[in-house]
Design a protein around this ligand. Structure first.
Ligand code: NAP
Length: 309
């Protein structure tokens, strides 16, 4: 990294950020991509991606993201690890604070994505890492031949239930309604699976455990009422995601859930700042749409820079 002025600074290294970086590097714009953890984003915790075109039979999430990274390297995309905590608009130049250090860029593309939502119930926090997990791909193998539960009814919950069924003796899928939100294909696989048992119209009220970790869950109807105990060794929480845009509150227009509001071409309320991928308010959150966003944000940023100079 140098302290020169960058043309484009990309915050976040998932599919949207890497695609934006591929496009801007290929367009010979001086680009820096800042990633907080590891490149690849949420896809790194996905076992099999079946709906990204070009990979019949599917591809493992990490394998797909390694291809994205290698592709970016071909065009010399510069990447660093660091946490962005601030964004300051000086007009033609933006100052981005990364790990306390200010980096200057003429445009910024925010692709920070989203992170798993917590249930916010008693016992959840204390048992994180001791039976409560937000990532079946990361932690599923620790639960061999024991019963586990997964809370949620969307695509993530369905995919994680199928993944957990490889290890666990039984997978309870606890959903607050009597119909899954997940796509039909996943629903069919879940309902036909001998190891997966849906628990309909039910929510987890409390995580129970002792010094050894999680021992069970207290379940109720969504509206409350009588509690019953389900004995499991682990709870996987997959009840949706929240956008990672806290550091932008008060700087950019966000919706009530914290997603960045943009126009159709990924422009935010701050000129020269764009948002792409899951952190942006939009109808469909998929790798394919993140990639589309990343490409649009890059091209629109390039146009913005042309008009500036
Ligand atoms: P999601 O689609 O928002 O589903 C969240 C699920 O959790 C819903 O079934 C919801 O119930 C339930 N829920 C929410 N809050 C709850 C609470 N407090 N207590 C109990 N249950 C609660 O989230 P997601 O599954 O993480 O997916 C996020 C996005 O990524 C979606 O757009 C999804 O399509 C996409 N995605 C796609 C793929 C894929 O294409 N292969 C894989 C993973 C994710 P209700 O149904 O009653 O609202």
């Amino acid at each position: 990294m140098t302290d020169n002025l960058y043309d484009v600074l990309i915050i976040g290294g998932g599919p949207a950020g890497l695609t934006a970086g591929l496009y801007t590097s290929r367009a010979k714009l001086k680009t820096l991509l800042v990633e907080r953890m590891i490149l690849g984003g949420q896809v790194m915790t996905t076992t099999k991606v079946e709906n990204y075109p070009g990979f019949p039979g599917g591809i493992d999430g990490p394998d797909l993201m390694v291809r994205f990274q290698e592709h970016c390297q071909e065009f010399g995309l510069e990447t660093i690890t660091g946490e962005v905590t601030g964004l300051n608009d000086l007009g033609a130049v933006k100052e981005v604070t990364v790990d306390g250090q200010v980096i200057r860029a003429r445009s910024v593309i925010i692709t920070t994505g989203a992170e798993p939502k917590k249930l916010g119930i008693p016992g959840e926090g204390p048992f994180i890492g001791r039976g409560v997990s937000y990532c079946a791909t990361c932690d599923g193998a620790f639960f061999r031949n024991v019963p586990v539960a997964i809370a949620g009814g969307g695509d993530t919950a369905a995919e994680e239930a199928l993944f957990l069924s490889r290890f666990a003796s039984k997978v309870y899928l606890i959903h607050r309604r009597d119909q899954l939100r997940a796509t039909k294909l996943l629903q069919e696989r879940i309902l036909a699976h001998e190891k997966i048992e849906p628990v309909w119209n039910t929510v987890v009220a409390e995580v129970l455990g002792d010094n050894s970790g999680v021992t069970g869950l207290a379940l109720t109807a969504p509206q409350g009422g009588n509690r019953r105990t389900l004995e499991v060794a682990g709870l996987f929480v997959a009840v949706g995601v929240v956008p990672k845009a806290h550091f932008l509150a008060g700087l950019l227009h966000l919706d009530k859930d914290g997603y960045i509001l943009t126009d159709a071409e990924c422009r935010t309320s701050m000129p020269g700042v764009f948002a792409a991928g899951d952190v942006r308010k939009k109808i469909l959150k998929q790798i394919a749409t993140a990639v589309g966003d990343g490409a649009i944000a890059a091209i629109v940023a390039e146009k913005y820079l042309d008009e500036l100079s």
